[in-house]
Design a protein around this ligand. Structure first.
Ligand SMILES: [Zn+2]
Length: 521
């Protein structure tokens, strides 16, 4: 107990020390205001570079079917980046995601979803979205979110230190977990207002009609009135469309016109050309989105019919083949599933889900070598608890317990049911050889001046045949006895009174030497 407290304390000190080291004062490159900067520009850039790939994977993966579309978006984005006057390694990608959304990581790494591109009508509207995201990156909004996260982490550690006997569960965050938390943290309202203000200025400077920012807001306001709420997650959640925002944008455009900076292009024909392919397959994506919902509801026959509709329109989209494979997997038709995953990977080798799904299917068919290779590839693209858990099971089945333990330990860092399952798998393997890690023992005097042994099961699983060695240093020499407990439920504590005259005891110690797993009662 004491030990874990010390560990938590030292970890807390580590985070606080880090904060102190990196704390500085800097001038915001966009607003020109002085502000506290916990994360330096070079750290910001490094974080963005490191997290961009996993963040894209988390959000559906890059849209690889239409590389010309991504090149077009990047070219528009670079104009806004240049207009920002802030030198960052800007990069713009299109993600294979139907939700209307766009986001920026620190350091100028920006993504826009396929589902937002199909809602817009001209390049000026695209420039409004990208200008807004460029402003977030240039004004360090992502870095500020990161700083808030670091501070929250420090508070969390401090809270854990304050709670006696509680091991701090979080530990150091894996790289993909940082990407996920960056995507989840919202910007403040002030940051959003700032991004609208500067983003619209950047687009005017880059030669676009800033009125595109107004028509973009009009699209959102109309959408939020008419569409289902599930469709409005993403961008709408982080950027709630409002009449107030619309009015602000109108005012800003008027101001820019008065200054003589407005009057650029809308770029309707160029936008229509670049997005023609995407618009053509839109009916297929609509069918796919319906199939996806049916799949998540467990209605596999209906999902299969819908995904077949999508495939009849376009055979080129990896996503459609991938979903078909997942449906086949759920129906235990593993051969068919493998065919579909092969087709998905042939069309798009850059999305972790296809490798993870095919790896799990190979495992079902006892093709362990292929399963391991696919699961490892999925982990290279995005480390997940599911993949590590499956790799652990494969290693355990082959008798490589050391490898199995390492995989389970990795998976056990994850949250939710999969993380929990992996932690139990690891306990199952470690308990017989390291009982002291899971069985807590203590010996001492109770209120009635008797020596008692306390045994607690911290394994999270039921245990049996727990053997505890008790050593008593007495005036007549060392006395060693064994105490056996036949069963302990998860979290259960037992006490045993020791048959010894306390007057002769000089020192007492107890430690578990054996424990086995019990079938859960
Ligand atoms: Zn924003």
């Amino acid at each position: 107990m004491k030990l874990s407290q010390y560990r938590s304390a030292s970890r807390g000190m580590g985070v606080l020390a880090l904060l102190l080291v990196v704390t500085g004062c800097a001038v915001n490159p966009v607003t020109g205001q002085r502000e506290i900067a916990l994360v330096s520009t070079s750290q910001e850039i490094a974080i963005g570079q490191e997290q961009f790939a996993p963040a894209q994977q988390i959000q559906g993966g890059p849209y690889n079917t239409d590389p010309a579309l991504t090149a077009y978006v990047d070219q528009v984005g670079q104009k806004l980046a240049a207009a920002s006057g802030v030198d960052l390694p800007y990069e713009f990608v299109v993600l294979n995601n139907s939700m209307p959304n766009a986001w920026a990581l620190p350091g100028g790494k920006i993504a826009i979803n396929r589902g937002l591109l199909t809602l817009m009508r001209n390049e000026a509207e695209l420039a409004a979205v990208l200008g807004h995201e460029v402003a977030h990156a240039a004004a360090r909004h992502g870095a500020k979110r990161l700083e808030r996260g670091l501070l929250a982490q420090a508070v969390l550690v401090a809270a854990a230190v304050g709670t006696a006997g509680q091991e701090y569960a979080g530990g150091v965050l894996g790289s993909a977990q940082l990407a996920a938390s960056l995507l989840n943290q919202k910007n403040s309202r002030d940051a959003e207002r700032e991004a609208d203000f500067y983003g619209t200025r950047f687009m005017a400077q880059a030669g676009y009609d800033p009125y595109g920012a107004v028509t973009l807001q009009e699209i959102f306001v109309k959408l939020s009135a008419g569409r289902q709420s599930s469709f409005l997650e993403g961008l709408m959640a982080t950027h709630p469309p409002s009449e107030e925002r619309l009015a602000n944008n109108r005012m800003l455009v008027k101001q820019l016109r008065d200054e003589g900076t407005a009057g650029g292009v809308l770029g309707q024909p160029a936008y229509a050309r670049a997005t023609a392919g995407l618009r053509e397959v839109q009916p297929a994506f609509n069918a796919y989105d319906e199939a996806r919902d049916l799949y998540e509801d467990g209605d596999y026959d209906a999902a299969l019919a819908k995904v077949n509709t999508a495939l009849a329109i376009s055979n080129r989209e990896a996503l459609f083949h991938g979903l078909r494979g997942s449906i086949r997997y759920k129906q235990s038709r593993y051969d068919d599933a493998l065919t579909n995953f092969d087709r998905a990977i042939e069309r798009d080798s850059g999305y972790f889900v296809y490798y993870l799904s095919r790896g799990l299917t190979f495992a079902k068919q006892q093709q362990n070598g292929r399963a391991k290779s696919d699961l490892s590839q999925s982990v290279r693209l995005l480390p997940t608890a599911s993949a590590y858990q499956a790799l652990g099971q494969l290693a355990e089945a082959e008798g490589d317990l050391e490898a199995a333990k390492q995989y389970y330990a990795q998976a056990g860092q994850g949250q939710g049911a999969e993380g929990q399952a992996a932690r139990l798998s690891l306990t199952r393997l470690e308990l017989p050889e390291q009982p002291a890690k899971y069985i807590q023992t203590r010996v001492g005097l109770d209120d009635n001046n008797r020596y008692v042994l306390l045994v607690r099961n911290n394994a999270g699983l039921a245990v049996k045949d727990v053997l505890v060695r008790v050593e008593l240093q007495t005036t007549e020499g060392v006395r060693t006895t064994s105490q056996r407990l036949s069963y302990l439920a998860p979290g259960e504590s037992r006490r045993r009174v020791l048959e010894v005259n306390p007057a002769v005891v000089q020192r007492a110690a107890a430690y578990p030497v054996a424990a086995g797993l019990a079938p859960t009662r």
